[in-house]
Design a protein. Structure first.
Length: 496
């Protein structure tokens, strides 16, 4: 059934206290989506972020980001006062200031933990039992990290770095209260998120969650399950993830994530992956898996390399993994992010799984990749796909139009039959092209509906310092905008 939705990270919501979170503004956004007759809210990964603040480099693939816990909710519980929260310096609120957030948020969350009675309740005990596979490891990982002044896992003492049993027991005893604190934050995160998701569901809004294929080298996942990754004889990371050189990057990209030992995952019946997807099914209605092509073939780079030039392709688990997930969990709605260098075998894997793949309209007019660009033109789409104007990694539509080459802009205008030089008309025609396409699903970033330039861009890959910061203004989520989107949704039959 044809449907549509809006892409906006939780952290981009408006509201008090420095970052978008599970506050009243999140519920108002759900109301906005309903008024706009949308079916989906697509978000970015919800995991706790570290250096660089990227949700794709998280301290845990199972845990939630404590920054997204609503301080207003904690005030309503009587765990914090409005005066305490107002006294913290979170910046001017127009964008996320992660430095100030780090300095101000944790102290308030600690006060809430110390005042909470939840940690003695049967509800909290049940939460810990239900999440015992990952929760204790994550909480201890964060406690040990804090004891090391936030230093990365690789710089810890060898016995605790390598997750040796005696060291884990000793640190668990020494950091008992700190472990309890991090467990409580996960309990509160889960409680608030479930409340928001239940509200969205009641309004007919489904959540598209997002997970990266890989985990961070500085994460509880790698720390507690080192055997699942490619390590050398000394137990050090042997190969890391990235992508090869291409028209967008002469040296490729080195992501630094440890690569999975897929043979061992297969021996375990893909138990870790099944647990991971099961957790995602708790959190989301649909799961978008980033870098899906890595399940077919993945690019392996020697850990000591500074560029991707020395990397090579290796075979991934293919459909075998998804057969195991289906056998264990039943049907699981998944979107396959198959962007980038796509081969025939990647296309075949997507067809074999039956998952909808992604089409990005901006890519259709990229002169650097004329062969691959054709498949992003709407007339080439198959129904079982998700069309986007752009993703969180792309320029906003307005920013893209302002930056592309003259020949590319000419092609855009000819394809869309735009006869003026008004860039906003091109933006609107691009959105209409997505809505009018045969794709079953159409997801538009909120910035594109607002016609915002690249100052509203979410992320510029391979850069640090100005990403993951943009926040929408409360007044931008207006009734007239919702009505305009609703009219377009009805006109193109995307009410499903």
């Amino acid at each position: 059934m044809r449907s549509s939705g809006i892409l906006m990270p939780v952290f981009s919501l408006p509201g008090k206290y420095g970052i978008g979170c599970f506050s009243a503004e999140a519920y108002k956004f759900v109301d906005f989506l309903k008024e706009a007759k949308q079916s989906y809210w697509q978000i970015l990964p919800l995991g706790p972020t570290g250096y660089g603040d990227s949700p794709y480099q998280s301290f845990s693939t199972f845990a939630g980001n404590p920054y997204l816990i609503s301080l207003e909710d904690l005030i309503a519980q009587g765990l914090l006062t409005e005066q305490e929260c107002d006294a913290a310096d979170f910046g001017d609120g127009r964008e996320v200031d992660y430095g100030k957030l780090y300095l101000g948020r944790w102290d308030l969350l600690r006060k809430a933990y110390e005042r909470s009675s939840h940690k003695e309740t049967a509800e909290f005990a049940a939460f810990k039992k239900d999440n015992e596979f990952w929760l204790g490891d994550y909480a201890l990982f964060m406690a040990v990290k804090k004891a090391h002044a936030g230093a990365g896992l690789s710089s810890w003492e060898p016995n605790i770095r390598d997750h040796e049993t005696e060291a884990v027991q000793a640190w668990s005893e020494k950091m008992q209260d700190e472990v309890g604190y991090y467990e409580y934050l996960q309990f509160e995160f889960a409680r608030q998120w479930k409340k928001l998701r239940d509200y969205a569901s009641a309004q007919g809004i489904r959540i598209i969650g997002d997970i990266p294929i890989y985990v961070s080298a500085d994460s509880a996942d790698f720390w507690a399950h080192r055997e699942l990754f490619q390590l050398d004889e000394r137990g050090r990371i042997r190969m890391i993830a990235g992508v090869p050189p291409d028209g967008f990057s002469a040296t490729g990209q080195v992501w630094g994530n440890p690569l999975y030992d897929w043979a061992l995952h297969k021996e375990t019946g893909y138990d870790w992956w099944i647990r991971r997807i099961a957790k995602c099914k708790e959190l989301y209605d649909v799961i978008r898996i980033d870098h899906f092509r890595g399940f077919d073939e993945y690019f392996a780079i020697p850990a000591e390399s500074e560029t991707a030039a020395d990397g090579h392709w290796e075979k991934g688990p293919g459909k075998d993994l998804f057969d195991a997930i289906k056998a264990a969990l039943g049907e699981t709605p998944i979107i396959a992010e198959d962007l980038g260098y796509v081969t025939d075998t990647v296309r075949q894997l997507v067809r074999d799984t039956g998952f909808p793949n992604m089409k990005v309209l901006e890519f259709a007019f990229d002169s650097r990749d004329s062969s691959g660009a054709l498949e992003y033109l709407p007339y080439r789409y198959q129904r079982n796909c998700v069309v986007y104007t752009g993703t969180h990694d792309n320029e906003t539509l307005r920013g893209w139009i302002d930056s592309i080459l003259p020949i590319e802009r000419k092609q855009v205008c000819e394809y869309l039959d735009v006869r003026t030089k008004d860039p906003q008309e091109i933006v609107e025609k691009m959105i209409i092209a997505c809505f009018g396409s045969v794709a079953d699903y159409c997801i538009i970033p909120i910035q594109d509906y607002l016609g915002l330039d690249n100052s509203a861009r979410i992320n510029q890959p391979s850069t640090n310092g100005k990403n993951w910061m943009w926040r929408v203004r409360k007044e931008d989520l207006s009734g007239p905008l919702a009505a305009r989107i609703a009219d377009m949704t009805a006109m193109y039959g995307r009410m499903g």
